[in-house]
Write a new protein. Structure first.
Length: 556
């Protein structure tokens, strides 16, 4: 295709990136609401993430297993465009099913909550297929050198969806009338604020998915691109992933059973058992990947892309990155609405306790931080001169921040705007120091992430809040860095390696529930040590990958 058609095709393609962001970020407001509405604990509320992001993993795994069984890449057989159409139709089904699932629900009906999780799981399955197809599709629409920048551009559109999603969901559920936390909770308990308010939203989203599917199907500007790579079977990798899936299913199955057995008022023993099982699920992921790495080092046959150490490291990095990106905001609502000081009505970090509706602008600000970084990462797509690029590194972040303020007009105080502006300035400094080098970028932003989360754990007031919110700014640029480093030198295994990386979005399903259970047992603020440890691994990953790629002669 010529350059003009490429741009038209890219414009069409990035619409699905918007949908992913809108739904994913909406969960940040939906989770604390579900906790209040269904009378569930913090771990149970995080099952929203488990269902949504677990579907990404399971969808990619099923696609890989089916491709292995016929020894042909099913997605490549369909073509990327067709794969996206099928994914949109699956997501539309999940969104439309929300209507009968939610219809007539009342406050406290936990059974309805599990139907909601099923609907989100189906939406996530569709997103898994869309993302598996869309990421290589974006890379294919132009020169390979600028593929990562086009992904950043698409990611910027995705992040715009994440910025407005929480605000739209909060407006639909809670309306625009300011209420205190007690007033809002009282209205929820009296069924004056109902889950059924989101029925029409999901019907509308389902209709948009169907419209997007039609747009993709009938678009003549969007080619049904495919790769020339042959499908490389990796039976040992496949079997390891199946065993991992069974281990995770067993752990969560036992935990679910402990809740369905009438143990909502759990004893200390039951709570500790649940935490133990969550840690086992996490260790199963880490153990399976390292097992694959060790076995492949001795005999690479049957392991496919997993025989490359940079991919193994990258799989855990994507797992950790998605986990920390999601868990910071998924547990943020509980941090802000929990009552630590009943006399002064203060939350655990010493700020005024917020209600479910007041949380939304801060969830939007967190996801807006990711939008800022991704807009900056997309600058090189437009081929600016060296001098102009330096100015854009300063202007674009604050332009993106202006969009966030416009979307949330009147929601932030001047102090809050100033504090986040300082966080943005720190991010800009990181970009200047990194100089578009993925290794330097990962080192700098991992360190900043560690510092931000530690401050969030130990500090109080606005300092603690904005330290945690800065996590979005520091996560923002990591996905393309990890992705590009992980598939370096994979050759014919590049497509398979990309599929394994998509599976590791599983981190968004495992890490938030683990933090949620830690919050149930200990405290919500101290549970953010999980985020600290995630950034620590990302820093370790950077040094280890740098060493690995140097040994292979892939970087200097």
């Amino acid at each position: 295709m010529n350059s003009k058609n490429n741009q038209s095709a890219l414009t069409t393609l990035v619409t699905v990136f918007f949908f992913w962001g809108f739904i994913a970020a909406s969960n940040g407001v939906f989770i604390p609401f579900c906790k209040t509405y269904f009378n569930i604990d913090q771990f149970q509320s995080q099952l929203v993430d488990f269902a949504f992001y677990g579907a990404y993993y399971l969808g990619a795994l099923v696609l890989f297993i089916l491709s292995s069984s016929i020894k042909k890449d099913i997605l490549n057989r369909w073509g990327y465009k067709t794969g996206i159409v099928y994914g949109l139709l699956i997501s539309a089904l999940g969104a439309i099913l929300m209507y009968p699932f939610i219809n007539g629900s009342q406050q406290g009906e936990t059974g309805v909550f599990y139907l909601v999780l099923l609907g989100l799981f189906i939406v996530g399955l569709g997103f898994s297929l869309q993302q598996t197809a869309a990421n290589p599709f974006v890379v294919a629409l132009g020169s390979a050198e600028k593929g990562a920048q086009r992904l950043n551009l698409a990611g910027g559109i995705n992040s715009f969806g994440t910025t407005i999603g929480p605000i739209v969901i909060a407006l639909i559920i809670f309306g625009s009338t300011p209420l205190s936390g007690d007033e809002l909770n009282d209205m929820i308990y009296k069924n004056e604020i109902k889950l059924t308010t989101v029925q029409m939203l999901y019907l509308g989203v389902g209709a948009l998915f169907l419209a997007a599917a039609a747009l993709f199907h009938f678009s003549k500007k969007l080619p049904n691109a495919k790769t020339d790579n042959d499908f490389e079977p990796a039976n040992k990798a496949k079997n390891t992933l199946i065993v991992l899936t069974l281990a995770i299913a067993a752990c969560f199955g036992i935990i679910f059973n402990s809740y369905s057995s009438g143990n909502n008022q759990a004893t200390e023993t039951i709570e500790n058992t649940r935490l133990f099982l969550l840690v086992v699920a996490l260790l199963a992921v880490v153990g399976s990947i390292f097992y694959a790495s060790n076995r492949a080092a001795k005999n690479p046959e049957g392991w496919g892309a997993m025989k490359y150490p940079q991919l193994i490291l990258g799989m855990l990095a994507i797992f950790t990155y998605v986990g920390v990106e999601v868990t910071i905001q998924s547990n943020l609502g509980e941090l802000l609405k929990s009552v630590a000081d009943k006399v002064n009505n203060l939350n655990p970090i010493g700020l005024k306790v917020m209600n479910d509706a007041e949380i939304a602008p801060f969830i939007s600000l967190y996801w807006g931080g990711l939008m800022i970084g991704r807009w900056v990462g997309a600058i090189t797509v437009f081929n600016p001169s060296k001098g102009l690029r330096k100015w854009l590194l300063i202007i674009v972040p604050y332009l993106a921040f202006g969009v966030i303020l416009l979307v949330n007009f009147g929601q932030y105080s001047s102090t809050e705007i100033l504090l986040f502006s300082i966080c943005v300035a720190v991010q800009i400094g990181g970009f200047f120091l990194a100089k578009d080098n993925p290794i330097k970028t990962m080192k700098i932003f991992s360190v900043l992430g560690i510092l931000g989360m530690i401050i969030g754990v130990f500090a109080s007031g606005q300092l603690a809040l904005f330290a945690l919110l800065s996590g979005g700014l520091f996560c923002s640029i990591m996905w393309p860095c990890i992705f590009s480093l992980s598939i370096s030198g994979l050759g014919q295994y590049t497509a398979q390696g990309s599929a394994f990386l998509i599976m590791m979005i599983l981190g968004g399903a495992i890490i938030p529930p683990l933090q949620g259970k830690l919050a149930d047992i200990f405290s919500i603020q101290s549970s953010y040590w999980v985020a600290v440890l995630c950034f620590v691994y990302l820093l370790f990953y950077t040094y280890k990958t740098n060493s690995t790629l140097k040994k292979q002669g892939l970087i200097e």
